[in-house]
Design a protein around this ligand. Structure first.
Ligand code: MOS
Length: 765
């Protein structure tokens, strides 16, 4: 039987090293061997909730409605920086259908972002919250916003890193415009010595833009007080974080709050924290005694709910004639907007290649714009573009095939802690990916294609964490009719959590998938499960499901032993039936065991085991891109991507391909078109809709995407051997595309996105 203990353990989550004290299961069963052929796990099984999604039955927070529900809208600051001189709510209050209005004058101070308040008279970006109205309809609430009279003192603002770093720049906070007051530094070895040992030192500067998450489903909460208990439907990646955030803001116990999230139309990191809008809706619901729905619109999503910070990366590599890296340094600054966040992007350079001498310095800088948040592989997408571009330049300098250069500097051990990897099959990814792509045939010196439309190829590598970890709990219930109920307080944000959980349980208990119901996203019924971020859902949850199912199997065998009067050691479990060895008529079906129990049901709690110390646990991959660039229009088209990844065991081939395709298309958007643009004179955002803020459509997507998985299971990571895949899929895409564009043109465009104007500029003489 599994026993449990509480331990200190650690993991990476979204570029941060976390120490957890967590309850774990000490599992007595072995991990699935890497090459074991499984019946359900790994197969291309359609989503078990696919029908609900396509038929419109699946309930998103956006769909939740209650009788007597009120609608809330937020008045946002129209300026980049201002202070409220006075605010008059009277006209708005008198409007027919307006129920309540909250602002800093009539609401208790609730601390937010450690630097300000839920409502703060100082407004630090266009979109900062001024007031929130509840009304009988959304249209009335919107109209009422226009009737709120606010007098603002406009204040000086800064919009980019260089301006914010000037000694006389207006400061966003008393402590200055650098987050934490200083850069983060990392070093190993001696970079100066490393550069001296090099035959060549390559230096360059690369820039990346601010990218906005823009998930399909807007941020939305529907809150409903039932007596002194609060039900919050929220489009969130982290129900337990929202429960904690709302409890702290309203100063009520967590047990009085129930947060629910069943389906989500994308989050990408923008839905990992408690929203101000959620707390405002809860206050309005308490004040009015009515359920309140608050749904942000596309403009608000482009102003106020997060973005990927920009970067200016000064990179330097020391390299020997044979391609050996002797030193790497990275100095970066990026804007995090008006409240604390991080803009570092040097992790790929520290970890992915073998290099003894490394120095990095990262500045995260405040400006008067919407605050950054984690965005699918925070830091890694930017940093990988910079590093992989520089390495391409290095390869060109010494006349080496860029793939050979990556292989030459292959890291056999983790570079930061000098630990062995739990598994690393990046070499196989290079070899199989190059083979499938036809790299040897397609790669040619940069700019050597003739004609007006030029083709080029490029590649970039990827490293990420995504090992997941405890705490993760799963409950599994077996009913008298043989059906199963699995519950976990994590969420399915689109990756397929419902489906893979059912697959893992079906695998162990050998029961049909449709006999399993999965319930997620409910803090009141589900045991604690992880936030859906950091590519950690599948690697955290799948082993806990297996633990629960294995415990259930053991329990069933002991039940059969009692009922059949045969010692457990003589019983075997197969396809939901337990049989005594050699006694054919002594057998019993799982459902019959359960129905004979007085309880008529069996319940177990499964857990994630600890992350074994002494190993670096990473995912790896490489993507190869083929592009064509029209030298007349400057337009880049991505023709083909081959994505070869080591992500441990595949849980579901179909969902995996979906997720990798999604990551590649999002990476393509970042490489070629997505960018938040600020008006330099007013500080206002110019890209507040999906016409001006361009995301890729199906016509922009590569006609060919090939997914190669080089890994089987990783038995050191967990009993299922799964590494996360959500973020790895996007990390190398922009770097690979940028290198392919350089290969096509023979000139390098050093700032993303690679828009037609920049291409034409680069081609002009
Ligand atoms: Mo996180 S950026 O939601 O994986």
């Amino acid at each position: 039987m599994a026993s449990h203990k509480i331990i200190k353990t650690k993991r990476f989550f979204e570029e941060d090293f976390e120490e957890n004290i967590a309850e774990v299961s000490e599992q007595s069963f072995p991990a699935w061997p890497p090459n074991e052929e499984l019946k359900y796990v790994g197969k291309a099984i359609p989503r078990i909730d696919g029908y609900d999604k396509v038929s419109g039955t699946a309930r998103y927070a956006f769909d939740v409605s209650y009788p007597n529900m009120a609608f809330a809208k937020i008045l946002r600051c129209p300026y980049a920086h201002a202070r409220i001189k006075s605010i008059n709510l009277e006209k708005a209050r008198q409007m027919e259908g307006v129920l309540d209005i909250i602002t800093y004058e009539n609401t208790p101070k609730i601390e937010w972002y450690r630097t300000s308040f839920l409502f703060d008279p100082e407004l630090r970006y266009e979109g900062d919250e001024v007031a929130c109205v509840a009304a009988e309809s959304e249209a009335i609430a919107e109209k009422a916003l226009e009737l709120i009279e606010v007098e603002y003192d406009q204040l000086p603002f800064v919009l980019n890193a260089a301006a914010a770093m000037k000694p006389d720049a207006p400061n966003l906070f008393e402590s200055g415009n650098i987050v934490r007051g200083k850069p983060s530094e990392y070093k190993r070895g001696d970079v100066e010595l490393g550069f001296k040992e090099a035959d060549y030192v390559i230096e360059d500067t690369f820039e990346t833009q601010v990218e906005v998450h823009n998930p399909t489903e807007p941020h939305c909460s529907v809150v409903n007080w039932d007596g002194n208990r609060l039900l919050v439907w929220d489009s969130t990646q982290a129900i337990f974080r929202v429960r904690e955030g709302v409890a702290q803001a309203l100063k009520i116990p967590e047990s009085k709050i129930r947060v629910m999230m069943k389906y989500m139309g994308g989050g990408f990191g923008s839905k990992l924290e408690t929203g101000k809008y959620t707390v405002m809706a809860a206050i309005l619901a308490r004040n009015t005694g009515r359920p309140v729905r608050i749904a942000l619109d596309r403009v608000e999503m482009n102003l106020a709910v997060g973005n990927r910070p920009s970067s200016i990366q000064k990179l330097k590599a020391g390299i020997k004639k044979d391609g050996t890296l002797t030193a790497l340094s990275h100095h970066s600054s990026g804007v995090v907007g008006a409240y604390p966040s991080g803009a570092g992007c040097s992790w790929p350079l520290r970890t992915i290649y073998k290099c003894p001498n490394v120095f990095t310095e990262e500045y995260s800088i405040y400006i008067n714009a919407g605050r950054a948040r984690p965005f699918r592989a925070p830091g890694h997408v930017q940093g990988t573009f910079g590093l992989e571009s520089l390495l391409d330049e290095a390869a060109e300098k010494i006349g080496m095939d860029p793939l050979e250069l990556r292989l030459k500097n292959y890291a056999e051990k983790d570079q930061v802690e000098n630990l062995p990897y739990s598994s690393k099959l990046l070499k196989q990814a290079y070899i199989q990916g190059a083979e499938a792509f036809g790299w040897k045939k397609k790669w040619k010196p940069a700019g050597s294609d003739s004609g007006l439309i030029k083709k080029g190829v490029g590649l970039a590598s990827q490293i990420w964490w995504g090992e997941g970890g405890p705490p993760t709990y799963v409950t599994l219930e077996l009913n008298g009719d043989g059906s199963l109920l699995l519950q976990c307080g994590t969420q399915d944000i689109g990756g397929g959590t419902y489906t893979f959980m059912a697959q893992v349980a079906a695998e162990v208990l050998e029961v049909p998938l449709d006999s399993i119901q999965v319930i997620l996203g409910d803090t009141s019924t589900c045991p604690y499960g992880p936030s859906s971020g950091g590519s950690q859902t599948a690697p955290s949850v799948s082993p806990a499901v297996r633990d629960a199912a294995e415990q259930m199997k053991e329990k069933l065998i002991s039940g059969a032993a009692a009922i059949l009067d045969v010692p457990a050691s003589q019983l075997t479990y197969s396809k939901g039936t337990i049989t005594a060895k050699g006694i054919a008529d002594k057998s019993i079906k799982v459902a019959d065991i359960v129905s004979k129990l007085d309880a008529g049901a069996m319940v177990v709690t499964g857990m994630r085991a600890e992350n074994k110390p002494g190993y670096a646990m990473n995912s790896f991959g490489v993507q190869f891109a083929e592009v064509e660039v029209d030298t007349l229009t400057g337009r880049v088209r991505v023709l083909k991507i081959v994505a070869a990844h080591d992500i441990g065991r595949t849980l579901n081939r179909m969902l995996l391909e979906n997720q990798i395709h999604g990551g590649i298309i999002q990476g393509l958007g970042y490489a070629l078109m997505e960018e938040r643009v600020l008006n330099a004179y007013t500080g206002k955002v110019l890209t507040t809709n999906l016409h001006d803020y361009k995301i890729p459509t199906i016509k922009d997507s590569p006609p060919e995407i090939e997914v190669i998985i080089v890994s089987e299971g990783d038995p050191i990571i967990s009993n299922t051997g799964v590494k996360g895949v959500g973020e790895p899929a996007m990390i190398p895409t922009p770097g690979a595309i940028a290198n392919a564009v350089h290969n096509a043109l023979g000139v390098r465009i050093k700032s993303l996105p690679l828009t037609p104007d920049k291409v034409l500029m680069a081609l002009s003489v």
